[in-house]
Design a protein around this ligand. Structure first.
Ligand code: FE2
Length: 288
């Protein structure tokens, strides 16, 4: 069994058919992942790549990084400016239609990060990005929620957009397909159990391929044996009520100026609801 690959023609990228949306939904339900070709125009991808590489080479991204070193790779938020402010990126029509079908109409941007795996980066540990738990603690004893959460709809989805060709040698993301259904068990499975129960797939492809993965699916970055850094974008979308626990200590988690937010088409401004520029300011004089 392999992860579904959906190719967008120019017409489908403008307006995906109901059949395509059904395919995406069923792939996400079955595997917790789906891959795309042609979702973004190549000219846009090249601009995004150039911007990330510029900020990487200047050292700015590492300096402002969220995580400075995960086995030789670092992660940093990317501001919505320059090519990232192009609605063809953040409000891409096919992407928007797919996210509405997975997360409901009021979904929002959780974060936009880049992860740069440097030459020599080692294998990243297998993990999920953000569990939701309904545990209780009474008298010092923790009790897990006993109900079946395996069919729960997704609450957060990452679109991974590699900014280079990715093959087996330069650090593809490994995904244990279908493992999202096990992540919220009363006792989540350990690494060996995941590897036994679920087939692994490495997300390789030329520049132009991107893929969705559910926050609950077990995954990890593979080693980068090449001589080049391997940059990817991790564009996180969530239901309006979900907050990414990885960013609990980061402010802001969505970076856009007031001026740039005003340039976002009104119908898509809600995507940026977590940005400080979109929020009411009260008592800010009490924060210093
Ligand atoms: Fe991750």
């Amino acid at each position: 069994m392999t992860i579904a690959r959906i190719t967008f023609s120019a017409a489908e990228a403008r307006r995906p058919s109901a059949r395509t949306l059904r395919r995406v939904r069923s792939a996400m339900a079955h595997d917790g992942a789906a891959a795309f070709d042609g979702l973004f125009p190549m000219s846009l991808l090249k601009k995004l790549r150039a911007e990330v590489l510029l900020r990487h080479e200047s050292g700015e991204l590492r300096e402002r990084g969220l995580v400075r070193d995960i086995a030789g790779r670092y992660a940093a938020l990317v501001p919505f400016e320059g090519p990232f402010l192009n609605p063809a990126f953040y409000a891409n029509p096919a992407l928007h239609a797919m996210l509405e079908s997975l997360l409901g109409a009021d979904y929002c941007i959780g974060s936009l990060e880049t992860v740069v795996a440097m030459p020599g980066a080692l294998r990243q540990h297998q993990h999920i990005d953000g569990p939701i738990r309904f545990d209780r603690r009474v008298g010092g004893k923790t009790t897990a929620y006993a109900g079946d959460l395996s069919a729960l709809a997704p609450y957060a989805v990452t679109l991974c957009i590699p900014l280079c060709d990715v093959d087996e040698s330069n650090g593809p993301t490994a995904i244990w397909t279908g493992s999202h259904r096990a992540a919220l068990r009363a006792r989540p499975p350990g690494g060996r159990q995941v590897a036994r129960e679920f087939p692994v797939e490495r997300m390789v492809g030329r520049l132009g391929r991107s893929f969705f993965f559910d926050f609950r699916v077990f995954h990890g970055g593979e080693p980068n044996f090449s001589r080049e850094p391997r940059p990817v974008l991790m564009f996180v979308f969530t239901r309006s009520w979900y907050r990414d626990p990885n960013l609990a200590d980061v402010f802001p988690s969505v970076v856009i100026t007031k001026r740039n937010l005003n340039r976002v088409p009104a119908a898509r401004r809600g995507l940026f609801m977590l940005a400080p520029a979109a929020r009411l300011s009260r008592w800010v004089n009490k924060l210093e």
